[in-house]
Each structure stands twice: as structure tokens, then as C-alpha cells.
Design a protein around this ligand. Structure first.
Ligand code: FO1
Length: 448
């Protein structure tokens, strides 16, 4: 375990007792640096390892399908830990009770001697951690199990763009982009078994069959294999063609931590290093995603227009006085009830499957600027829709994407135009130049 992947969270004195891995972002047993770190700590302390997951009552507007996908994945992950003799405890934070209070209570019940948490720059997660740290006196650590290059080693400030963070990440890959050791079986048995979990009782009544990805760590690996074997070679030139089905479809697995990005990168480099799609995929998977974590880590307003670069807020502010030809509110957007059939088709696609092609997601976000009274409202509606609809929503990646599309984050000024000012513009002609719009509308435009 590279010590640079670990951050101590407090100065509490050593204590006897099991090491507890409070799993949240990285919901997998294998390829998980937080689990590996907690396992190593348990070995050193000659103590058992216990895994804890606390189920929140609500999470950033997630709907039943999102919770169902996650819980189905947790069920497999709990079994994966149990196979290694590592107990999996699941507790629920009911209405009003905070996840942090439930974590503190569980640590007390387990007589925890140390705590390992996975890293997540989201505000809600930092608040959970702060509340826990205020109320425990055992050594606590945070391990970055999501990024190939740990976010705090890549940069200690907000990066301007992919071109500024890319060399910093590439310089760290030789040190951090490696294969994973397997998670060793429990060395010190414990009676602290998590007991039988009534998964059916936890499962919301949601049809996840309509989501066109199946949940869980093993399905995630199948999707990775399918992508590498069948799509990677077309990825570079077809990833922006919504009809080409050349995208990885890994984003939900990466969001819920059912798949490690480092695993995906390692497999691509090991199996198809010379594929024409490898470089483009690794750019998206490592540079773009870790730029997003950098944004959420260093920008307290990562999910509002406030966080956007000064030049962008200024130009959008000036342009907010420009006449809008159409104006829609959240409900009209959500119902795909705009005048624009490409936008409506993308919205229908997202409502039906919890996913939409990357190129169209950019178009979808940008058009919201054009049809709202001001850019702050556009940003808020785009975030709310993204978190309510997309399986991979409620994630640093999603907030950075909205900040790019609407707030010019990680982008540069373009030719000035009404409503957008100097923010990069996209329109239907751009779509028609890129792909067969009629074919996409055939599949996803609301039936007239
Ligand atoms: N993390 C938790 O620790 N407990 C939860 O109950 C929980 C629910 C949840 C629902 C939807 C969703 O998209 C994410 C959710 N997360 C939860 C967080 C998730 O595991 C990821 O850590 C972050 O969303 C990615 O940054």
C-alpha cells in the first residue's frame, strides 16, 4: 500500500479493537485500496477487519432506481467480503437520523480500534466525516480508492483544465497505475458478524430492468470485458456517435464504486495497449475523471454557477440580458416538453435508461442555458435533472460536466454570441454534422 494514498484524519491514540472500514464510495471488495489498507492495518494490529455500510434515507435526490441499483450491488459485495471471513455490517440512517450518527454508534457497538474511510470530495461526504471525527477518539484514516493518482498527490489547488492536470497525472502513473493484490482472507476471526441482512426489505420497489446496465461488481467486470473486446477499437472515432454504441457504459459502475477505474485502466493497458481507442479512453477515464475530483476537492461551489471561472461568470452575466426565444421551468424540462426534438430525445433516453450518450449530454446541458432566464437557474436545473435522472449522477464527475457545459470550467472563452457570451456553443447543426440525428430521433424522440 503506497502511503501517499492514505491521509490520517486525526491524532487519536492507538486503541485495541477491530479495524472498521466504513465503505461508502468504493462499494467493492476487490481492487479497493481502502479495503486493502484496512486489511493491512488489521494485520499489523493483530485485530479483525469489519466492514460497515450505512444506508442513508435519501442522497442528493437519488430515486428508487438508483438506490435499487446500489443495494443490489451491495448484496454481492457483502457476500464477497463474507467469503473472506470479513463481516459486513449494514445499518440504516432512518428519517432525520444522520449517517454520521449511525457510524459513530456502530463504531461504539463494534468496539472499533481504528477507522478507515474511502475518499470522496462531495460536500455531503465531508460533512459526514467531520461529524464522525468530532465524536470518536480512535485513529481514523482516509484512503483514495477512486482515483488512480490520489487526488491530494496530483495537485494541491484547483486545476484550470485537462491540459494543466494531465502532465501532473501522467507523471504519477508509473507510481500508481499498477495491478492490485487480492484482498486476503481474515487473519483474526471475530464474532462480530453482521448477521443476516434482509436485502429484500431494503430494496425499494423499482424496476431496474429498464436501466440497460445490470448492477454489481461481477456485472461491472463483464461490462469492462465487453468494452475492451468489442468497443475499444472504435472508441476513439465513434464515442461521440450516439447511434454507434461505442461508449464504455461503465459510468454507473464507476460512480457506485462497483468497478475500480484503476482496474479498467490496468486491463486496457495490459490487454490492448495498441488499440486506437486506448489513449482516448484512458484520457476520459483518468485525466477527465480525476480533473473532476480535483474540481470538487478544491472548489467549494463545485455544484453551482458560483464555482465557475470569473471570465465565464462575467460573460454569462452580461449575456443574461439577451432575449431568450424560449423559456422552460424544471417540470417542462423533466417532461421533455421543449420545442427541440434532439433535446427531448436525449431527455427521454435519460428518463428511460438513466443514461445518455456523452456528446448529447453536453448538448443537453448547454441548451438549458438558452431556455432559462439566467445562467444560475440553468446551472441549478441542469444539476437537479442530472442528479434526478442519471444513474451516474450525484458524483464529482457530473458536477464538473455541468460546470464545463454551463460555467465554462476547464474550458476557454470562444467567439462571443447572444445568451452564451463567450461560453462554448453547441447546436443542432453540430449534432447533424456529427451523427445521424434522424436515427437517434427514431429511437428516442417522444412519439408524436
Ligand atoms: N453512500 C453511502 O455511504 N450511503 C448511502 O446510502 C448512499 C446512497 C446513494 C444513493 C445514490 C447515489 O448515487 C449514491 C449514494 N451513495 C451512498 C454515495 C455513493 O456511494 C458514492 O459514494 C458517491 O455518490 C460518489 O461520489
Amino acid at each position: 500500500m503506497n502511503p501517499r494514498r492514505i491521509r490520517p484524519l486525526n491524532e487519536a491514540p492507538e486503541r485495541p479493537g477491530p479495524v472498521v472500514y466504513w465503505m461508502s464510495r468504493d462499494q467493492r471488495a476487490e481492487d479497493n485500496h481502502a479495503a486493502l489498507h484496512a486489511r493491512a492495518l488489521a494485520r499489523v494490529r493483530k485485530a479483525p477487519l469489519v466492514v460497515l455500510f450505512v444506508l442513508a434515507d435519501e442522497f442528493l435526490g437519488a430515486d428508487d432506481r438508483h438506490f435499487a441499483f446500489m443495494i443490489e450491488g451491495l448484496r454481492e459485495t457483502a457476500a464477497d467480503f463474507r467469503e473472506r471471513g470479513i463481516p459486513f455490517h449494514l445499518r440504516r440512517a432512518g428519517k432525520g437520523a444522520s449517517v454520521a450518527d449511525v457510524v459513530v454508534e456502530a463504531l461504539g457497538d463494534l468496539g472499533a480500534g481504528a477507522l478507515v474511510a474511502d475518499f470522496d470530495p462531495l460536500r455531503v461526504k465531508r460533512e459526514w466525516k467531520r461529524r464522525v471525527l468530532d465524536r470518536i477518539d480512535v485513529p481514523a484514516f482516509e484512503t483514495d480508492a477512486r482515483n488512480v493518482a490520489p487526488a491530494w498527490t496530483t495537485s494541491d489547488k484547483q486545476e484550470y483544465a485537462a491540459r494543466t492536470i494531465r502532465p501532473k497525472i501522467h507523471a504519477l502513473l508509473p507510481e500508481f497505475l499498477a495491478d492490485y493484490p487480492p484482498l486476503a482472507k481474515q487473519s483474526y476471526p471475530t464474532a462480530l458478524d453482521g448477521g443476516e441482512i434482509d436485502w429484500a426489505a431494503l430494496m425499494p420497489d423499482a424496476d431496474i430492468g429498464a436501466l440497460d446496465v445490470a448492477p454489481g461488481a461481477s456485472e461491472a467486470r463483464n461490462a469492462l470485458d465487453r468494452f475492451i473486446d468489442e468497443k475499444l477499437d472504435r472508441y476513439a472515432d465513434k464515442r461521440n456517435d450516439p447511434n454507434a454504441d461505442a461508449q464504455s457504459r461503465l459510468s454507473a459502475y464507476l460512480h457506485f464504486g462497483q468497478l475500480s477505474a484503476q482496474r479498467a485502466a490496468w486491463e486496457v493497458r495490459a490487454r490492448k495497449p495498441d488499440s486506437p481507442g486506448a489513449a482516448a479512453f484512458l484520457e476520459e477515464l483518468i485525466v477527465r475523471r480525476e480533473l473532476a475530483d480535483n474540481y470538487a476537492l478544491h472548489n467549494p461551489n463545485y455544484d453551482t454557477l458560483e464555482g465557475a471561472p470569473e471570465w465565464a461568470r462575467k460573460t454569462l452575466e452580461e449575456a443574461s440580458r439577451d432575449e431568450r426565444e424560449y423559456l422552460y421551468d424544471y417540470d417542462q424540462f423533466h417532461a421533455a416538453a421543449t420545442h427541440d426534438e434532439i433535446w427531448n430525445a436525449t431527455q427521454n433516453h435519460a428518463r428511460a435508461t438513466g443514461w445518455a450518450p456523452g456528446y448529447l449530454r453536453m448538448y443537453w446541458a448547454k441548451k438549458i442555458v438558452e431556455w432559462t432566464p439566467d445562467p444560475a437557474t440553468a446551472f441549478e436545473i441542469a444539476v437537479r435533472l442530472n442528479d434526478a435522472l442519471f444513474l451516474d449522477g450525484r458524483d464529482a464527475n457530473g458536477y464538473a460536466n455541468v460546470a464545463w457545459a454551463i460555467g465554462g470550467a476547464h474550458d476557454r472563452p470562444w467567439q462571443k454570441r447572444p445568451v452564451f457570451g463567450k461560453i462554448r456553443y453547441m447546436n443542432a447543426n453540430g449534432c447533424r454534422r456529427k451523427f445521424d440525428v434522424e436515427a437517434y430521433l427514431e429511437r428516442w424522440a417522444p412519439k408524436r
